[in-house]
Design a protein around this ligand. Structure first.
Ligand SMILES: [Zn+2]
Ligand SMILES: [Zn+2]
Length: 334
């Protein structure tokens, strides 16, 4: 089939290779939103550069690295186990207090409030890699230029466009949950806590204000930047680069990308996830390391998580790609 020269006019006409209809007309977000998003995105990233510059030749204090690791793990698991597997997909039922704890921990990762995060992600699953997807790397088509632009859009650019996802449509269950509404409203305060706690911990442990400032830099800002970009890489890279062992819906080009598995707590087994979205485990194959699934297993043993949707072997095998279907043959991007 040749690529159509004409822009696609309607969603149902989408052919899988053209830019999404309406892409050209899409307006940028309002000034206030752009500034807010810019701050949330740019400040941690600049801090990453500053941290590397300061550490050059001097190294980093062990305290700062350990604190950064602790905050990375807590906020990362809050995002993957809480925001994603529990609240977006209902992969298990958590005790009410655990639900709140996970939502609070996820909110501290500077990725937006819990209700908006869930709504956006559900929309991504509803329209994966076709018109309507809030962050598809195929938005600008599958030419090399389109693909590069699409990767930038899926990673970061989508947050700067005026394309809100209505929570009333995509996350009515969370809007009806007073605890989640409270956590969502507390998002700005939780961001402050996320940076303030490392500062206080560093100050207390080192006994000096300078120790507090370096902990703020490494366990606060740099940790936020690293987790942000790992999470966003799942949106960008994990739809372009990697393997596609399982069948997904039409146009869905999600991939498994092993190098990100540990840092993303198992989220980069993204093809497995898109194939079985409600499964509590994303690494569907043996040896696919999935720390988030490990934590859910611990919660289950402790009696804190029930109705966990674990992978069904026969069902998974039934979804394994064996034929050369069009999506399997499609070039995996870059
Ligand atoms: Zn995806
Ligand atoms: Zn998902």
């Amino acid at each position: 089939m040749t690529v159509s020269e004409q822009p696609v006019r309607r969603r149902e006409d989408y052919d899988g290779v053209s830019p999404f209809p309406g892409t050209v007309e899409h307006a940028p977000a309002g000034r206030a939103q752009r500034w807010l998003t810019g701050t949330i995105v740019v400040v941690p990233f600049v801090a990453l550069g500053l941290g590397v510059w300061l550490a050059w030749g001097h190294g980093v204090a062990l305290t700062d690295l350990l604190l950064a690791a602790v905050f990375y793990v807590v906020t990362g698991l809050g995002t993957t186990v809480g925001f994603h597997r529990l609240l977006t997909h209902g992969s298990f039922t958590a005790r009410p207090w655990l639900r709140v704890v996970l939502a609070v921990a996820g909110s501290m990762s500077f990725q937006g409030n819990v209700i908006d995060w869930v709504a956006t992600h559900r929309r991504h699953h509803a329209f994966t890699d076709r018109p309507g997807d809030p962050h598809s790397p195929y938005r600008y088509g599958t030419s090399l230029y389109g693909q590069l632009r699409g990767l930038a859009h899926a990673h970061l650019g989508w947050m700067f466009t005026d394309d809100p996802t209505p929570a009333s449509r995509y996350a009515p269950d969370l809007l009806a949950d007073p605890a989640m509404v409270r956590v969502a409203r507390a998002f700005p305060a939780l961001c402050a806590v996320s940076l303030g706690l490392p500062f206080l911990a560093g100050w207390a442990i080192s006994g000096s204000l300078f120790g507090g400032i370096t902990a703020f830099l490494w366990a606060g800002l740099v940790r936020v930047a690293l987790l942000q970009h790992v999470t966003w890489s799942v949106n960008s890279l994990c739809h372009v680069v990697g393997s596609r062992p399982f069948t997904t819906r039409r146009h869905d080009r999600s991939t498994n990308l092993w190098p990100l598995a540990l840092l993303s707590f198992g989220e980069s087994w993204h093809n497995g996830h898109h194939s079985e979205p409600t499964c509590a485990r994303h690494g569907l194959d043996r040896y696919q390391i999935d720390p988030a699934a490990g934590l859910i297993r611990i919660f289950e043993r402790l009696g804190w998580a029930t109705d966990v949707r674990w992978a069904d072997h026969d069902r998974i095998e039934g979804r394994r790609r064996t034929d050369a279907s069009p999506e399997a043959r499609a070039p995996a991007g870059l």
